[in-house]
Design a binder for this molecule. Structure first.
Ligand code: GLN
Length: 309
């Protein structure tokens, strides 16, 4: 074995195989379920070597710098930081979206919001759509790319989130077509004089009840933005505020589509109907069988609110 000037044995050069095995072990011992797969993806991210080539070139040496970078990412993942924040991307509706800890990681079930928005706009290609709490911009981008003549406004209260959304819009060639505005829910529409102008308001609001936040898996609880998760005592604070604000800006027969959490759909529908402004025209189930998206249509005339004891 060769030794350096101090007579210390040089560490044998790391190979893809050894780095991969070590990464996999480190993830496995902390209970990461897909340790083997995640190790391959982290290596791919650092080395720019595809999973297939990692097998073909398993004996290829890994430089000290790359080795240190892999180790750093593995340590962060072992600390439960979401893989998506480490890799910087998440796929949604067939597109890659950049993500950082400033935004919620897009979830597959939110595609229901996109599908329903597009379905409602089929007869009206120039529809005006507002995405409230755009986060990564995944809903706004997916909708705008399906509606080339539509107008899409994306709102978020967080400037850091809007920077990520803007980058995603540009990356998908929609920077000029989607307007990004910072503000609290629909308040930016007031200055624009958009009363009764909007066809679809779509939103995936925060909907975790305050007391449930501690029960979330560490990836979510410790790393995703609280602003994107916490929905007040019963998780429906933001839904209520949107139900109040939306009638001002929606056209008659315009729609409000909101994602809801487990067990919330019935209460949100009740509140919507009670307001007298909305008719529930659908509740969409996700693949897990959970009522996930509530669909409200603004009534032509406000019906007398039902008095429910
Ligand atoms: N609109 C984004 C999404 O659906 C962000 C939602 C949020 O931050 N609550 O992923």
């Amino acid at each position: 074995m060769s030794t350096d000037q101090f007579g210390i044995a040089a560490r044998p050069a790391e190979s893809i195989r050894s780095v991969l095995a070590e990464a996999q072990r480190s993830l496995q011992v902390v209970g990461i379920e897909e340790a083997a797969l995640e190790a391959v993806w982290l290596l791919e991210h650092v080395l720019h070597v595809s999973p297939l080539m990692q097998r073909v070139q398993a004996e290829r040496p890994v430089s000290a710098v790359d080795y240190a970078n892999v180790q750093e990412l593995v340590a962060r993942r072992a600390n439960r930081e979401p893989l998506q924040y480490l890799l910087g991307t998440q796929e949604f509706c067939g597109r890659e979206f950049r993500v950082s800890s400033a935004v919620l990681i897009p979830r597959p079930e939110s595609a229901l919001l996109v599908q329903e928005t597009i379905r409602r706009c089929r007869q009206n290609p120039v529809a005006m759509v507002v995405d409230v709490g755009t986060g990564s911009g995944c809903l706004a981008v997916s909708v705008a790319s399906a509606l080339p003549d539509g107008r899409v406004l994306a709102i978020d209260i967080s400037a850091d989130a809007l920077a990520v959304a803007q980058a995603n819009m540009e990356q998908h060639g929609l920077g000029a077509r989607i307007e990004c505005v910072q503000g609290d829910l629909l308040t930016p529409l007031a200055q624009r004089g958009w009363a009764s102008q909007v066809d679809v308001i779509v939103s995936n609001p925060p909907y975790i009840a305050d007391l449930d936040l501690v029960t979330l898996q560490p990836e979510v609880r410790c790393f995703e933005p609280r602003l994107a998760l916490a929905g007040g005592p019963d998780g429906m604070d933001v839904h209520r505020r949107l139900l109040q604000q939306a009638p001002v800006y929606l056209k008659s027969k315009g729609v409000l589509l909101m994602e809801v959490g487990l067990g919330q759909a019935a209460s949100v529908c009740r509140e919507a109907e009670k307001s007298g402004w909305f008719r529930t025209y659908d509740v969409l189930r996700d693949e897990g069988g959970i009522d996930r998206v509530v669909c409200f249509e603004k009534q032509e005339e406000r019906s007398k609110p039902l008095i429910v004891n």
